[in-house]
Write a new protein. Sequence first.
Length: 320
Amino acid sequence: MPWSIRLLRAFLGVTFVFAGVQKFLDPNFLRPGGGDYIGTQLAGFATGTPAAPLMRVLEHVPVLTGTAIALVEIAVGLATLAGIGILAASLVGFGINAILWLSATWHTHPYFLGSDSIYAVAWVALAAGIVEVEHARRGRVAGPIERIDGISRREFARGSLIAGVAVALGLVSKALAGPASSSLGNVADPTRRSTARSAAPSGSVAPSATPAAPATPGRVLTTLDALPVGRAVGFTDPQVGPAVLLRLANDQVVAYSRACTHEGCLVGYDQSSEILVCPCHGAEFDPAHQAEAIAGPIRTPLESIKVVVDRPTGDVILPA
């Protein structure tokens, strides 16, 4: 094979093996409630995309879907690297990225910022290169799967080996995965103090200056004593769904929806950088500035949720 095809094989093969292994190494990928849980991702991928019907079907079996995707990615990557059933592997790889293009990165604009589109084209280029090589070597164009009615023992053994190694690699990766973390991300030292903010973001309400002010009707989410400055806690808003409550300063508490405005994955709070981060496609939001998007493929801020701090009790309340 020419070196151009070898380079493409190496890149796509390594990338797909890494993608599958990474899913098994992530303790939250198959765990309901995790920040990057596959079920939440599928629900987000179904929002306004051409692949929505398929995503809604797969959403009913998220763990099976996530496991299958990871194993297929590993198998496709290994087959591409080893040159076993490489044409079939290329077509499967194209199918995976084409579906992701029509779901996960459909809303990415301009289109060239989305990685799945170029991966789909790369798989097509690899398949075309393989066909050309076969045509030059045998004087004919190879079909997607050669001799489908008469697979030799050697071919069957090689395919079985790829499947076995993929499963083994998946099991090892899963065994090496760390413990499941909070869906809000890592929690730093409670004594750590965040930098003072000069302006309160949308969604925060300063405590009442009147000590005798009555408690605001609504649901108590937590108390100031239980939520140190710089910390975050998750809760569920009846209208918005999964949400996050953050204490930015002594009298400054804010709340936002955790649904990323890109594809709906649940964001987590990175206390070291004091930002909300989407684990799916890297979007970042600044909770101190109305949760505006500061990085990633989206520019729409997270939805703000009004909360109130009752000074007499120190309760943080979600108004009724």
